[in-house]
Ligand binder design. Sequence first.
Ligand SMILES: [Zn+2]
Length: 307
Amino acid sequence: MLQQRTIKTLTRAVGVGLHSGQRVELTLRPAQADTGIVFRRVDLPEPVDIPITAMAVVDTRMASTIGAGGAKVHTVEHLMSACAGLGLDNLYIDITAEEVPILDGSSASFVFLLQSAGVELQNAPKRFIRVKRPVEVREGDGNHLKWARLDPYHGFKLRFEIDFAHPAVDSTGQSVEFDLGSGNYTRDIARARTFGFTKDVEMLRSNGLALGGGLDNAIVMDDYKVLNSDGLRYDAEFARHKILDAMGDLYLVGKPLLAAYSAFRSGHAMNNLLLRELLAHEDAWEIVTFQNERHAPAGFAQPARAW
Ligand SMILES: [Zn+2]
């Protein structure tokens, strides 16, 4: 049987929120089989649980925000991406503020934390959402066209194309494909950082956003070039980060997808719309488990793979 996974022991991290600039503590704790991933706001007078689901996404401006019972958590996508990359099904995430810490702007620190805690196999079958027919969302046309789609695939792969008219982005790859079966999430995706432009950062700050942002946790560009003194971590780091984000956004559906995702200029809003479009069509998906691990797709079959 292909089993569900949680972590072996609890682990902690402290950082600042990208937008709030607030200090925040995260405690990641093991959870029983079939719990799913649950954020818990432990700073409120009565702790509030926010289980992840596509419908728990309440805001997608700048980042993916989830909410329940009047409580919210912003910027969940990089931590969710790390959980997707490591194949974790069950986890409690205690948080002391409204925003997940940005750390270095990628998911590498979360991967390190989760791997340090160790992966525990659980006595319950891992449940997947298998996409049975193509599902697509599309917006705008010409220069404003963007789309995202899911196609049936025995595994999980993503292809993302960006289209930024900026010299620093043009000079790198604008399209990246990543297959969880043949690729290596930690090596190929996890270190790709979020990115922004100085003019946007100034505008955001005047609106009380991006207060925790800077060269330590983002690729920052002026009109011509990357300002970070150590440059980029990958060729196509920008497009790789969009794959990192998409993996996190899609994992908010609550189970790993068996699908091929492809997107052109998509973002948090469109990724969530795609999940809702999928769930709205019951003929487009089904829940599957693998009693025989050998029938599970590559990338999911190896328990606690050394990423
Ligand atoms: Zn991101």
